[in-house]
Structure formats: structure tokens, C-alpha cells
Design a binder for this molecule. Structure first.
Ligand SMILES: [Cu+2]
Length: 169
């Protein structure tokens, strides 16, 4: 399932993505015709477009008594400029950190990441054994099927991502 998430309403984002595709399909030698010009008049301000496409945002159900959890997702930079993730937060956690998993001396360790760069067109997977959002001090773990919002703070954007809680099989 693909979830396009942002701090804006869904219809707005659909329009923004559509316009993005249209503008990408045009080349210098292929100027827009009259109809396209009319469409472009309705272009939202460029920096209002959500630069990241988020999919598969989820967290596994937390075992009783546990207060930490990892959130996973796939992030694709659909903008033309590099995007910088500097912070994440959610109301259900006392603190949220960006972590990477590293192997040192045969041990798997988590390391905090201060910021991440997403280059145009790149897809980055947050997945077990790799990058993840670490939720700390979760007082009331959400149940299976519920969802909560994780806010991604980029340098120039704030994107609200619905995170789905999945059952551990
Ligand atoms: Cu971690």
C-alpha cells in the first residue's frame, strides 16, 4: 500500500504530484501548449510541494512493558533538490531519534544520526537492521491497526506521516 503523506490535505498533494509529473515530462524543445499554460497558472508555490514520497510507514506492535519502538518506512525524494532530514517527533513518544544500525566487533549497535541527506530520485529504506526512527519513552503504546503521526522535519519542510501499527506474526 502506498501512502502519500504530508502536512497538506490529500487533494492538494495529488495536484502537486500531478503538476510535478507534467513539468518533468516537458523538455526545452517542447514548449507547453495553451492548455498547459492554463494548468501552470494553477501551480502551487514551488516550495509548498511535498518533496518526499513516503510509503509503508509502520511500527510493530510493542510487547507489554516495553517503552521503545522502531518505526520503519520507505522515503523517496521526488523533488529536484537534495532534502535534509534533521529531526522527527511524535506525540506518543517522549523523544524520537534517528538511528542507524552498525556492526562493530561482531556486535550490532545502534547509532544516533544527526541528519540525513536524500538525493533527488533516491529511495531510502528505513528497515530492521538499518535506519529507523527510534521512539523513546512511549507511555501508552498504540494497538494493532491503530495509527499515529510521525512528523519529519526537513530543512525547508515539515511532513506528517501516518504510521500504522502492525501485528507481530
Ligand atoms: Cu534504535
Amino acid at each position: 500500500m502506498l501512502i502519500k503523506s504530508s502536512s497538506f490535505s490529500s487533494p492538494f498533494i495529488l495536484v502537486a504530484l500531478l503538476v510535478f509529473v507534467v513539468s518533468c515530462g516537458q523538455t526545452e524543445s517542447d514548449p507547453p501548449d495553451g492548455e498547459n499554460v492554463n494548468i501552470e497558472k494553477n501551480l502551487p508555490e514551488k516550495n509548498n510541494q511535498a518533496p518526499l514520497e513516503i510509503s509503508q510507514a509502520h511500527m510493530m506492535q510493542m510487547p507489554p512493558g516495553q517503552t521503545r519502538a522502531a518505526v520503519y518506512m520507505s522515503i523517496k525524494n521526488i523533488a529536484k533538490e537534495p532534502q535534509f532530514l534533521v529531526q522527527a517527533s511524535t506525540e506518543i513518544a517522549g523523544a524520537t531519534e534517528i538511528h542507524n544500525t552498525v556492526y562493530e566487533e561482531g556486535m550490532m549497535k545502534m547509532r544516533r544520526v544527526n541528519h540525513l541527506q536524500f538525493n533527488p530520485g533516491d529511495s531510502t529504506n528505513f528497515e530492521p537492521g538499518g535506519l529507523h526512527f527510534m521512539l523513546l519513552d512511549v507511555a501508552e503504546p498504540p494497538g494493532v491497526g491503530e495509527s499515529f503521526n510521525l512528523v519529519l522535519e526537513l530543512k525547508n519542510h515539515s511532513i506528517t506521516v501516518p504510521v500504522e501499527v502492525r501485528a507481530v506474526h
